[in-house]
Design a protein around this ligand. Structure first.
Ligand code: ATP
Length: 433
């Protein structure tokens, strides 16, 4: 119990820091907010963009056999019929007979918590299936055309399967990568950005020739690669694990499905799924592949890696949060940190220091997202940058004016080094590699 309290406290601290420092704000807050919607502030948008950029680099630019795509959020409703979403994209919903609050029947811990709130055994309604797709209505003539905001970004890839093949020289095996928004009318949004109603996904659909052995191998390779990607960006390895879907939670078409989970303050939680979808999707859309060399035609199998940007950003924040004796430090990987470097003149009221520092800042900002601070004393400026994860702080002092060197202070070790001004850019570049 004590442990659970400490853990939840960790969550409160991140929620508060995220708001105070401009990472994440409650959506439409001045009108009382809207459950399950979040706005990413000046630092949050940088963190998210950095995550997405690193993902794109590793999944598209560094691969011979993967191309990118950015499909529309709203599609012809026939897509959602064919994919099975209008029928089966559902969660089981139950209602508390005392207060009529609704919950997901499969979220047993939430049901137990609710019983505790009432301090008695709650009677629940029978579980009903509840479709998660968000409806939208288009056009001016009644009845308006009903369609949906996409519930997953995946279908946009399948409906463009032929277009991508025809317009690029790619051949099976190959992948299509995409990052974009998805929307789900979640019954109980919660745990900050973890369960939102609007969120971003980053997904790869990898197409292979149907073959059991090959399918298993490709699935295992992607599992390994995806886990390694999180670790390479600094996520604590011991807080990551795979979890195999139980037979009753696996989509009926899935051959294998495993989640990557993070040990969050609210328990082990999925933030990426690796799914072997077989020929389900292309089959439903009646799409086939023709091998130009052999003339053979078949429905490819799909291995998918499906991650959530908002959950990933939350877990990177939680993982990076540290309290030293008198400072809060976000030990974000430098590639993910919103600012790479902060530049300070030692004293704000010495024009020669300010001018020199400004010159360095104006140079660095072309290559590194940089920030400027001249308020208060140096110690306070360091702490302020530590709290938002800025890996390096550069101070221009009187010695700079004499020998053209600056101090570079490291966020994690708090050590300072003297570096020649014309070497600063290389110094940062090397560290960032
Ligand atoms: P859950 O069981 O938690 O509802 P899911 O298994 O339905 O998730 P998928 O359909 O596999 O999730 O979606 C792939 C990824 O998209 C998830 O691993 C997660 O990172 C992200 N995602 C899904 N639903 C949400 C949501 N409501 N809010 C934020 N991210 C989400």
């Amino acid at each position: 119990m004590a442990d659970k309290k400490v853990a939840l406290n960790a969550m409160d601290k991140i929620v508060s820091l995220a708001k105070r420092r401009g990472f994440i704000f409650p959506g439409s807050e001045i009108y009382g907010g809207l459950a399950g919607f979040w706005d990413w502030g000046p630092l949050g948008v940088e963190l998210k963009n950095n995550i997405k950029r690193e993902w794109w680099k590793s999944m598209v630019y560094e691969k011979d056999d993967v191309v990118g795509l950015d499909a529309a959020i709203i599609m012809n409703p026939e897509v959602w019929k064919a994919s099975g979403h209008t029928e089966a994209f559902t969660d089981p919903l139950v209602e508390c007979k005392i207060c009529h609050k609704r919950f997901r029947a499969d979220h047993k811990d939430k049901l137990e918590e609710h019983e505790k709130e009432h301090d008695k055994k709650v009677e629940w309604t029978k579980a009903k299936t509840f479709n998660l797709l968000t409806e939208v209505y288009l056009g001016v003539i009644e009845p308006k055309q009903k369609t949906y905001l996409r519930g997953e970004i995946t279908q946009g890839v399948f409906v463009n399967f032929q277009n991508v093949l025809a317009s690029s020289r790619i051949k099976i095996p190959f992948g299509i990568a995409q990052i974009g928004k998805a929307f789900r009318n979640e019954i109980t949004p919660g745990n900050f950005t973890y369960r939102s109603r609007e969120f971003e996904q980053m997904e790869l659909e990898f197409f292979i020739k149907p073959d059991e052995k090959e399918g298993k191998k490709v699935f295992e390779n992607w599992k390994k690669e995806r886990l390694a990607w999180y670790v390479s960006l600094g996520m604590t390895k011991d807080k990551l694990r795979f979890r195999e879907h139980a037979p009753d939670e696996r989509a009926h078409y899935a051959k294998f499905a495993q989640d990557i989970e993070y040990e969050a303050p609210f328990g082990w939680s999925e933030f990426e799924g690796i799914h072997h979808r077989g020929d389900w999707d292309l089959g439903r859309h009646k799409l086939i592949y023709k091998d130009e060399e052999t003339g053979e035609e078949y429905t490819p199998w799909v291995i998918e890696t499906s991650g959530g940007v908002d959950r990933t950003a939350l877990f990177f924040l939680l993982d990076a949060y540290h309290e030293d004796t008198d400072r809060i430090v976000l030990k974000l990987h430098p590639k993910l940190a919103p600012y790479k470097v902060a530049v300070f003149p030692l004293l704000a009221n010495k024009p020669e220091l300010v001018k020199k520092a400004r010159g360095i800042f104006d140079q660095l900002r072309f290559s590194f997202h940089s920030t400027w601070d001249e308020r208060g004393n140096i110690g306070k400026r360091y702490f302020s940058q530590d709290e938002i994860g800025t890996p390096w702080c550069i101070t221009v002092d009187f010695e700079t004016l004499e020998n053209d060197t600056v101090t570079i202070r490291d966020r994690d070790t708090m050590k300072q080094e003297r570096v020649a001004v014309d070497k600063v850019s290389d110094y940062l570049q090397n560290k960032l590699q």
